[in-house]
Design a protein around this ligand. Sequence first.
Ligand code: AMP
Length: 438
Amino acid sequence: MQFSELGLSAELLRAIGEQGYTTPTPVQQQAIPHILAGRDLEALAQTGTGKTAAFVLPILQRLTNPLTSPLQKVTHTAPRVLVLVPTRELAAQVLESVRLYGAHTGLRSLAVFGGVGINPQIQTMRRGIDILVATPGRLLDHLGQRTVDLSKVQTLVLDEADRMFDMGFIRDIRRIIERLPRERQNLMFSATFAAEVRELAHTVLKNPAMVEVARRNAPAELVSHSVIKVDQDKKRDLLLHLFAAHGWHQVLVFCRTKHGSDALAKKLEQAGVRTAALHGNKSQNARTRALADFKSGKLAALVATDIAARGLDIDSLPRVVNFELPNVPEDYIHRIGRTGRAGASGEALSLVSSDERIQLRDIERLLKREIETSIMPGFEPQHTHSVPRPAAGRPSAPKPAQARARTGAGNRSGAPRPAHSGTGGAKPASHHSGQRHR
Ligand code: AMP
């Protein structure tokens, strides 16, 4: 199928061509006709599937078509489209897409989110905008100050709805929805159809069309997973060793806390690894710069918390390192979803200390497989490091990784083994026969 078969206007087809896209992705093929027809939509699609263009393109089309948007000729200041997103980064990315795809439409757009001054947002809003992209908190600030008028909203988009729940935005969203006209088109995108997402869909969407697409990548298959067991207090040195030994670049490193991210980023920088930290305490400018530098390859490492990294549009990242495992196993999937895109292979390496064995077990259950574990000579864990067997009576659990806390046995020379295709050589003494999965 070609984009031209979707009934998009010449202005939009031109912008699509400028982006170098040749064919619509599955979510675009399925969603665009419904949205153009004015229907509500519930879409199960993750970042990386082309979901942003799937809603932005038909929205732009409807806004520029006098039949679907009779207000077009009137000079209006209030937005006709509201896109709610969970994070500042996603707001900036969606705005960028709106501006790229809408380059030849003359439509005006703005993103409002916290962490930057509110006054420039107010001034731009006063001059008039067609599409407003917003995080819930900042939009409520604007509503409280009466600096935004939502009475003209024709289309509401809830992007990454599951993330909005994770981040506790549901009440904010409901408060915002109360301020919208009752007659409107509603589009909801979510990576999962968790019960609460369904419930929101039920209350917000009217007779929605359903669209469900597989991930562009199936992370469990395309990404190779590995674990190095190491004591918590040796993780930083081990990570530095891995950077130095393998000349890694563009590694996304996950930490659990903002403080931990800062401390690790500092340590990496001091060791000569060009690094930035990305977390909720960083100013918007610092986040935008960090992300741009990381994408362009200027940075060797980006140390991020889960929330800061959500929804980041980073394609074909070669390697993700879990400096600490996430508490929620699903976050592991989100983390590694950034590698192995578009069929490229990716590496997910986790540095796991003895106190993280429960998280590791839960992740293996979710993946329905064991993750190959190893120990790096020179960084052998001193603490007992057993991965417990899953409780009896839980049939879905895979066999746990064997816990044989050997200390570099099999490689007594002490030298790391030659590069394993996996982590670029970070594969010394392998500790069970679990096959590698690509
Ligand atoms: P998204 O899922 O919206 O985060 O999009 C993921 C990436 O896919 C973005 O970098 C888009 O620029 C890109 N993209 C979107 N649609 C297409 C398409 N039809 N062909 C190629 N790339 C696309």
